[in-house]
Every structure is written in C-alpha cells, then in structure tokens.
Design a protein. Structure first.
Length: 107
C-alpha cells in the first residue's frame, strides 16, 4: 500500500510540473523569418500568430505570390522553433521516466 501512495504522490507532482510547463510554453514567443529577413512572424508557444512584419520592398504588384509564400515559410519557421522548444522542455521534465519513444506530451 505504501508503494501506491508513493506513486500517487509522484503522479500529483508530475501533474503540477506539467501544468507549470504548459504555462511556460504558452508564454514563449518565437520569431520565424524567410526571404533573408524580409518577412518575420512571431508566434506564441501554442502556435498562435502574434505579429507579422513585412519589408516594404516587397510591396510590388508582381511580387504578391512571392510575399504569400514568404509569409507561409516564416510561419512554418516560427512554428518549428516553438515545437522544438516544447519538445526540449518536455524531455527535461520527463527525464528518467519510462515513457515510450514517440509519445507526445502533454496529452
């Protein structure tokens, strides 16, 4: 019975750490760029677009498709960075736990 109580305590501790980590991840902001810095987007840790900056030199009628592609690329860059930070924080939190490879946390 003592083992179960100890395990329950560890589960509650892990849950508190996960909640704290989720709050930290939500507060993270990352920038993604494309076109050599001509387009920059800022996302929060959940992937929500917070800001978009476009170099004025891109505002030409013929460059609309290029601009659209650069915005998509900058968004992907920022989202990849946010996901990498989230994965790193999750690895730090779950270090030493027997979690199967490829299992995504938080659930």
């Amino acid at each position: 019975m003592r083992d179960i109580m100890g395990m329950m305590g560890k589960v509650k501790e892990m849950q508190a750490k996960m909640e704290k980590m989720q709050a930290e991840i939500a507060a993270i902001e990352v920038d993604g760029t494309s076109g050599g810095g001509l387009v920059t987007v800022r996302l929060d840790g959940k992937g929500t677009l917070k800001s978009l900056k476009i170099d004025p030199s891109l505002f030409k009628e013929d460059d609309v498709e290029i601009l659209e592609d650069l915005v998509v690329a900058a968004h992907k860059d920022a989202k990849d960075k946010a996901e990498a930070l989230q994965a790193e924080k999750t690895r730090e939190l779950t270090a030493g736990l027997p979690i199967p490879p490829g299992m995504k946390l938080p659930f």
